[in-house]
Ligand binder design. Structure first.
Ligand SMILES: N[C@@H](CCC(=O)N[C@@H](CSS)C(=O)NCC(=O)O)C(=O)O
Length: 298
């Protein structure tokens, strides 16, 4: 943890919320509605987004954490004057690298998002918030974890003029979601889906703990991911074989688990016999509060 403290907090400070006087953030549930448009809560940013100038232009980076074989994704709208950015599934060990990149690229990080409560590593969300209190943590309401924003199926998470759509994809855990780039004239093509551990390249997340269910995972993938356009790019939270990206069409054909019928899939999942993740007993409690406990005092 200590090396992370080397980050110069002022380099990442938000203009709208001074670090020194920022109050502790409360987890405030959002009002429920059918489709909610989530924009940052800091007044200046939200006001600019609603009348945002500039054509949306996606900046995208795939980042890797080698001890847990985790991918973190950086997305930003660099067509927007403030270059608002978000991180999907940051890892505590690589927060300094990720924030340095954010700074180098002149981005304004607004969200640190999780696809689910990870069992194999500690999320970087807590450390990011300790360094940049204006960044809002995001996780699904169904995960029962604490975060600034608790998202639900159908929500749209805006960063500048780009957005991610939230799709509930339970099965690996009860609260797993897949974040999909928007469907609209100004949104990136092909679409991109950040599948967490729901769908891995030629594999999928295990279903033997944290409310896992092979029935739910199968239904989630077939109803929420395999129904996306076939050229949709798939970006998982892990890869253990060196793959970086796949497509919906490719996984529908070649995924050795999910291209099968549901009964075959269930018997494959029952016979995986995987050892429990080494960090599970530490990672799950920490990730239930988005890594916000036991952090060095600000
Ligand atoms: N050996 C690793 C954990 C490996 C593992 O269980 N990976 C999970 C995702 S992280 S909970 C998984 O779902 N794997 C599916 C598979 O088919 O491998 C460790 O000890 O951390």
């Amino acid at each position: 943890m200590l090396p992370l403290l080397r980050i110069n907090r002022h380099l990442f400070a938000c203009s709208s919320l001074p670090l020194s006087s920022s109050p502790p953030r409360k987890v405030q549930p959002f009002c429920k509605s059918l489709i909610r448009r989530l924009t940052p809560r800091s007044g200046a940013m939200a006001a600019k987004i609603s009348t945002a100038a500039g054509s949306p232009e996606l900046l995208f980076r795939q980042l890797f954490e080698k001890e847990s074989s985790t991918y973190t994704y950086l997305l930003a709208d660099v067509g927007h004057p403030e270059k608002p950015a978000l991180l999907v599934d940051p890892v505590d060990r690589t927060v300094d690298r990720d924030l340095s990149l954010v700074k180098d690229l002149g981005l304004k990080l607004i969200y640190a998002m999780n696809t689910h409560v990870h069992a194999d590593h500690i999320t970087g969300t807590g450390l990011i918030k300790s360094l940049m209190p204006c960044v809002e943590s995001v996780i699904s309401r169904a995960s029962n974890a604490k975060a600034d924003l608790l998202v639900e199926h159908g929500d749209k998470i805006y960063f500048g003029n780009l957005f991610l759509e939230v799709r509930a994809t339970p099965g690996h855990t009860l609260g797993c979601v897949t974040y999909v780039t928007g469907d609209g004239p100004d949104q990136p093509r092909p679409r991109m889906a950040f599948t967490g551990d729901t769908l891995l390249i030629r594999g999928c997340g295990r279903t033997d703990f944290q409310g896992g269910s092979s029935h739910k995972l199968y239904q989630s993938v077939h109803s929420q991911i395999f129904t996306l356009p076939k050229d949709t790019l798939l970006y998982p939270a892990h890869d253990y074989k060196g793959f970086t990206v796949s497509t919906v069409g490719e996984e529908m054909l070649y995924n050795p688990r999910l291209s099968k019928d549901e009964e075959t899939f269930k018997s494959i999942m029952e016979s995986l016999n995987l050892a429990y993740p080494k960090m599970m007993d530490v990672a799950v409690p920490s990730n239930m509060v988005c890594g916000m406990q036991d952090l060095p005092a600000n």
